[in-house]
Design a protein around this ligand. Sequence first.
Ligand code: HAX
Length: 432
Amino acid sequence: MSILKEEIRLNLNNLQNEIDSIFAQGKSAVLSEVTVGQVYGGMRGLTALVCNTSYVDPYSGLHIGEYTTEDFSSRYPEEIFFLLCTGKFPESDFLDEFRIELNKRTGVPEYTWDVLRALPKDTHPMTMLSLGILSMENESIFKREYQKGIAKTEYWKYTLEDALNVLAKLPELAAGIYRIRFGDGELIPHNPNLDWAGNLANMLGISGTDEKFAKLIRLYLVLHCDHEGGNVSAFTSRVVNSALSDLYYAISAGLNGLAGPLHGLANQECLKFILKIHERYGVAVTLDNVKNFVLKTLDSGKVIPGYGHAVLRVTDPRFTAFMKFGDEYCQENYCFKIAKMLFAVTPNILKTYNGGKVANPWPNVDAASGSLLLKFGMDQFDYYTVLFGVSRILGFCAQNILAQGLGQPIIRPKSVTNKWVVEHLKNNKINA
Ligand code: HAX
C-alpha cells in the first residue's frame, strides 16, 4: 500500500511542521480554562485534545480535512479512510489498488468464529464485534515488531499494518456476526470483486436486497466514520492506544464505549419512535397526528430521539445526506414518510417548548437512518450499532495512526478529589 503510506508520511510531515511552529510560539499559551462545572460535567466544552482527522463545527457539521459532509458523502468508505489518514482524496486508481491489498489480507481466523459461536445465542452483536476483534489480537504486527524492538518513529507503520489487516477482515466479521446471531449461522464468502461496503452488504445475505442496499450501506459507512477526538469511543480508543496497547485492544475498547445507549444506540431508539407513531396512527397518519405525538412525548418528560446535539446547532448534514438518499429510493416507505413528517414539525415544537430550553432543535444523524435500513429488510435493530462500529473503526484506525506518527505520549490527565477542589477554591478565594 505504497501510495497510502507515502501520503500518510507527507501528512505527518506537514502536521509535525505545524506543531513545531505552534510550539515555537510558546508551549505555555492558554487554550482554554477549566471550570468546576466542566470538571464535574463530563469535561463538556473543555478544549484539551488535538485530533487531526476530523472536526465538528457547530454550524456546518463534520469536516474531514478541508471537506464538508456534502463534499464527501458520495464517496466510498475506502476513500474516506484515505482522507482521514492523509487529509486529501486519493487518485482514481486507489480504489482498485486498495481492494487488491485488502483481498490479500482477508480471512477471519477459524478460532474467532469458534469464540463467537461459543457465546450464548442472545449475546449482543456489539459484544460479538468487540470480542471478535480482540480475539485476533495475537495477530498484531505492531506487537510483534515492538517486542523485537523498533524505533518510536516506526510505530505508525506497524499500526497501519494492523489497521489494514483489521479493515480487510471487518466486512466478513461483521456480516458473520449477523449470520450467526440472527440467521442460520452459515457464512457467505467474501467476494474479491466487490468493494468494502458492497461486500458487507452482500455477505449479510438479507434476501431481496440489491445494489440500492449496497449503496445505503456505503453511505452509512461513510457518514459514521469519525466525529473528531472527544466522543466516548474515539477518545477511549486513543487512550488505550496511547499506552502502546496495539490497535486490536484499542478498537475493541472504542467499540465497548460505542455500545452504550448514550452514544451508539440512539439510532435504534429513533426507529422505535417512528414505529410507535405508525402503530398509533397507521398509514393514514397526518402532520397533526405527528405533532400531537411529539407534544405528548415531551409532556410525559421524554426526549424526542434523533433531535438535539451536544455540539451541533443546525440540522446535521449527515441527516441531510440520509434524507437525500431516502427521497431518491425510499419515498413511498411508511417509516421514511414519518421521518419526514417529524422533520417538518419537531424543530418548531422544540424551539419554543418549555421556554425553548433545547439548545439545538434540529435533527441529528440518527433521525432517519434506521427507517432506511428497515426499508431494505434490516429489521434487527440491535445490529445497527455494529454498522456504526464498522464505520467508526475507520476513524479509530486513522486517529491512532496519526497520533503514533506524531509521537504523541501516553494520555494521563490529572484527577483530584472533592477535598482538593474545596481547598483549592478556599486557598485561591474563588467563589462560584
Ligand atoms: N427532546 C426533548 N428534550 C431535549 C432534546 C430532545 N430531543 N434534546 C435536548 N433536550 C433537553 C435536554 O434533555 C435538557 O433538558 P434538562 O435541562 O431538563 O436536562 C435541555 O433540553 C438542554 O439540553 P441540550 O443542551 O439541548 O442538549 P445536551 O447537549 O445536554 O444533550 C443530546 C444532547 C443529543 C443528548 C440531547 O439533545 C438528546 O437527548 N437528544 C435525543 C437523543 C438523541 O437523538 N441522541 C443522539 C445524538 C446523536 C449522537 O451523538 N449519536 O451518537
